[in-house]
Design a binder for this molecule. Structure first.
Ligand SMILES: [Fe+2]
Length: 252
C-alpha cells in the first residue's frame, strides 16, 4: 500500500451539517465510519458551524446517533447503544491508540470551539494488520504504536483530518473496533486515533463531548439511560483530565 492510497482526501471525510438533514447526514456518517472492509475511511468529520450553542450541538450528536441506530437496524439487524457519554477538557497529546471498548464500537466526539490549537490523526491499523497477515489484536500485541517501531510501521496508514478546525463545532466519528476481517462474520473495521495539542494553555478549555457507541441486540436498553442522555445534553459540567482549573468560573 502506498502513502497516496492510504491518506484519504477531504472529500472522503469532511461533511457539512448545513448541507443535509439529520437522516441523510447519518447515512453519510454511517457509510464512512461503520465500514466492514477497507473501502471507506472508518472515520469522518461533520462541521456543525459556529452559530449554534453547546446544548444544541450535543442534541445534534444524540439525534445523529439515533438516526444512525435506525440505519444500523435496517442494514444489519442490531441497534446502537451508548456505552458512555461525558464532557472532558482534554489538552494532552496522545500516541495512536484505541479507546477501551468491545470488539465493535465507535467514538462520536463533539469538539467545541477553543483557543487551543490541535491536530487529529487517524491510523488505519486494521488495514495495516490485514496487510501484515495479522488480526487487529495481534497487531497491537506485536507492533503497538505506543512504541517507536510500531509507530513507524503504521505511519503510511495515517491521515491527518484536514478539515479539523478550532473555530467551529465539529463532530468526529471514529471506528474504534478490534474485530478481525473475516468472510464468515462481517464486522466493523477499526482505526486508531491521535491528538496533538500544539498550544496547550491552562487558562483555556478544549472541550470534547465524548461518547462511545456499540452495536447491541435490538431491544437492549441503552446502557446510558434516557435521563443520563438528557444530563449529557444539558449539563454545564466539564470533567478535567489531569489538572484542576478552579480559576475558571464554570469549573465545578
Ligand atoms: Fe482516545
Amino acid at each position: 500500500m502506498s502513502l497516496e492510497q492510504s491518506s484519504w482526501p477531504s472529500s472522503s471525510i469532511c461533511l457539512s451539517a448545513a448541507s443535509f438533514d439529520v437522516e441523510s447526514l447519518a447515512g453519510r456518517v454511517y457509510q464512512r465510519t461503520c465500514r466492514m472492509d477497507f473501502s471507506e475511511p472508518g472515520f469522518c468529520l461533520v462541521d456543525a458551524g459556529r452559530s449554534l450553542d453547546s446544548v444544541s450541538f450535543r442534541r445534534l450528536m444524540v439525534d445523529l446517533k439515533q438516526a444512525m441506530a435506525r440505519i444500523h437496524e435496517s442494514v444489519r439487524g442490531p441497534t446502537l447503544s451508548y456505552l458512555s457519554a461525558a464532557r472532558f477538557d482534554q489538552q494532552t497529546t496522545t500516541r495512536p491508540h484505541l479507546d477501551g471498548g468491545p470488539p465493535e464500537c465507535f467514538l462520536m466526539l463533539g469538539y467545541e470551539p477553543t483557543e487551543v490549537d490541535s491536530e487529529l490523526e487517524i491510523s488505519d491499523y486494521a488495514k495495516c494488520a490485514f496487510d501484515l497477515g495479522l488480526s487487529p489484536q495481534e497487531f497491537m500485541a506485536r507492533h503497538n504504536p505506543m512504541f517507536h517501531a510500531g509507530y513507524e510501521l503504521l505511519r503510511p496508514y495515517a491521515t491527518r483530518i484536514p478539515c479539523f478546525s478550532k473555530t467551529a463545532f465539529q463532530i468526529v466519528c471514529i471506528n474504534n473496533s478490534s474485530a478481525p476481517l473475516s468472510r464468515e462474520s462481517l464486522a466493523w473495521q477499526g482505526t486508531l486515533h491521535t491528538a496533538t495539542i500544539l498550544t496547550p494553555d491552562e487558562s483555556q478549555r478544549r472541550v470534547i463531548n465524548s461518547t462511545m457507541i456499540a452495536s447491541v441486540p435490538i431491544g437492549t436498553p441503552d446502557l446510558v439511560t434516557e435521563a443520563q442522555q438528557q444530563e449529557f445534553i444539558h449539563t454545564s459540567v466539564v470533567r478535567r483530565k489531569g489538572y484542576d482549573k478552579t480559576h475558571l468560573d464554570d469549573d465545578q
